[in-house]
Design a protein around this ligand. Structure first.
Ligand SMILES: [Zn+2]
Length: 100
């Protein structure tokens, strides 16, 4: 529900509850932390039921995203890299690049 979308570039992640990607305040309103453009919300990001549905799909270990993660973990090898996503974008990037 805290995700905010940049109107100029959807590759500019912003989230009001994640310090590393918090939007910045300009003239009394929150704007994109990368380019300063306006931010919008997706209607389904404000719908708790829709969010729960997306989480259930993600965490389903038999048919969801986690099923694929578990498959590659069980296959062994370096197919799955786990990183601490709470760090800054630069730190997470460094961690990923070091693991590749
Ligand atoms: Zn932006």
């Amino acid at each position: 529900m805290g995700r905010r979308l940049c109107v100029k570039d959807n590759n500019h992640p912003n989230h009001i509850a994640i310090e590393a990607i918090k939007p910045v305040e300009k003239d009394g309103k929150l704007v994109c932390r990368v380019c300063g453009a306006d931010l919008i919300t997706r209607p389904d990001d404000q719908d708790e039921e829709a969010i729960d549905k997306r989480h259930n799909i993600y965490y389903d270990e038999s048919t969801g995203t986690m099923a694929a993660v578990l498959y590659f973990k069980q296959a062994g090898g370096p197919a799955v890299i786990s990183v601490d996503g709470s760090k800054s974008i630069g730190e997470v990037t460094e961690e990923i690049m070091a693991a590749l």
